[in-house]
Write a protein that binds this ligand. Structure first.
Ligand SMILES: [Zn+2]
Length: 163
């Protein structure tokens, strides 16, 4: 079973993902409750705590505070799915690749490991164990868009595309 990459590792080892993650994310979908959900896992294989926050800046400030102590984290967006960062290689623009065994969760805005659960820690009620779900937020894989790329993680030479 693939061990899920930690946010700390992603930020520490992938300057392109770090730059994308640091940039305030723009919401285009409305949500009647605070749209950003910070997931924090205090220790390996531990439960994920969550708190909803009104802005990406507030969630990001929490990530900075907790990065030295938390085992893993995600800034999840409740109402909106995000594409992976776009990478420029020469003249080509390609989607940033996920590490092996991971897939892009457009709600958690990071690569996660998808698995089958009958009880998911982020969900109150039992769920269908026939559906592959994001191990952080529990979204069904079939619900998410897939982004193909020919690149392999980690990237050696690439520059981010400014939007
Ligand atoms: Zn997710």
């Amino acid at each position: 079973m693939t061990e899920q990459i930690r946010l700390r590792t992603l930020i520490g080892q992938d300057p392109l993902y770090k730059a994308w993650f640091m940039k305030p994310a723009t919401l285009t979908s409305l949500c009647s409750t605070p749209p950003w959900r910070l997931f924090v896992q205090l220790e390996a294989d531990g439960r994920w705590a969550k708190v909803d926050l009104p802005s990406y800046a507030k969630a990001y400030a929490q990530v900075r505070l907790r990065l030295p102590d938390a085992y893993d984290m995600a800034i999840h967006c409740k109402p909106q799915e995000f594409k992976p960062p776009v990478v420029k290689i020469g003249e080509r623009r390609l989607y940033w690749p996920c590490p092996d065994g991971h897939e892009w969760c457009g709600l958690c805005r990071r690569p996660t490991v998808f698995r089958f659960f009958s009880r998911h820690p982020a969900m109150k009620y039992p769920v269908s164990s026939e559906e592959s779900r994001c191990s952080i937020c529990g979204v069904r894989k079939t619900f998410l868009k897939r982004f193909k790329t020919t690149l392999q993680w980690p990237l050696k030479t690439a520059s981010p595309v400014q939007k």
